[in-house]
Design a binder for this molecule. Structure first.
Ligand code: C5P
Length: 293
């Protein structure tokens, strides 16, 4: 059936593990246009998938256990978004199988690149196939929203103009782009950014028709800069090479480069106290066909 052929691209090892990519994102801009009664903020943003990826290894179990093989030190595995994603799908669909989970992190944590959300989305998409759940993409996105506002985007799996708190998607194809990304070596707490009083002043909404990425901004950036001065230093450094902006609630900042070699050159010049890397745009999540439209 079509399910098994989708999985053929991700062959199992002799121990039964399959490896799946979890791509990062950059917010090309992020406007805060309002606030819901529950405190969540209404956003407008273009989410861009990039080739920096975590790796999620999964192995289906015959019993109903969900086991995380390499949880982060000091983190209760039950709080890990990959475990929470697996448990959510298991109970939602009354699945009797379980899964072993192993995560290789490359996306910086607390960096605004959606690593935790992407890991969770990849678990939902992969288990939708591995467990034979066959939920629709929309149903998976609705489930994913319970785990975090950025999870639906990664399940949608294409670059998108995103609205609501992060659940309303309009596909928005972007040209191939090379980004130089700087990680200022500080971690930002997303709730601490969104709590700032400055974000209670709504800014006007835009429509996709007048979308002009160059004329936009990240409304979370001034808040993050006042909480973490090192982000300001990174922005200042990167601005020598072109307009630079923060992604998500920070801390990573990026600039668009004219070519791969230009991005390589910028990153080769990054000062020691910051970490830089090159990221290339992706058109889609490799697991996007793991949920039917
Ligand atoms: O959903 P996620 O876990 O990514 O959000 C973390 C926190 O960021 C939320 O608890 C909320 O305080 C804030 N947030 C928000 N508006 C959004 C997304 C997140 O206020 N659209």
């Amino acid at each position: 059936d079509s399910g098994s052929s989708a999985l053929d691209r991700f062959p199992a090892t002799s121990e039964g593990w399959r490896s799946f990519p979890a791509p990062a994102k950059l917010n090309l801009f992020l406007h805060v246009i309002g606030r819901r009664a529950d405190g969540y903020h209404l956003l407008q943003s273009v989410f861009q998938l990039v080739d920096l990826q975590d790796t999620i290894e999964l192995r289906v179990r015959g019993d109903n256990q969900i086991e995380h093989y390499n949880p982060l030190p000091g983190v209760d595995p039950e709080d890990d978004l990959t475990v929470r994603a697996a448990r959510l799908l298991q109970s939602h669909a009354n699945i009797t199988a379980g899964v072993d989970i192993r995560v290789t992190k490359r996306i910086p944590m607390g960096g605004g690149m959606g690593g935790g959300s992407s890991d969770a989305a990849t678990v939902l998409l992969a288990l939708n196939q591995l467990w034979g759940v066959n939920l629709s993409r929309q149903a998976l996105m609705t489930l994913g929203l319970k785990l975090g506002a950025d999870v639906p985007f990664f399940i949608f799996g294409r670059n998108a103009f995103v609205e609501g708190v992060g659940e309303i998607m309009t596909a928005h194809d972007t040209p191939e782009t090379w980004f130089a990304v700087l990680h200022p070596q500080v971690h930002v707490s997303t709730p601490a950014i969104f709590k700032d009083e400055r974000l209670t002043r709504d800014t006007p909404s835009i429509t996709m028709r007048d979308l002009n990425v160059a004329a936009t901004r990240n409304d979370l950036q001034p808040v993050a800069l006042s909480q973490q001065p090192r982000i300001a230093e990174s922005l200042k450094w990167l601005s020598q090479f072109g307009p630079a902006r923060m992604t998500g609630s920070g801390s990573c900042v990026f600039t668009i480069c004219a070519s791969q070699s230009e991005a390589d050159r910028v990153v080769s010049l990054v000062p020691e106290e910051m970490t830089g890397f090159v990221a290339r745009s992706l058109q889609k999540h490799e697991l996007s066909e793991f949920a039917e439209q």
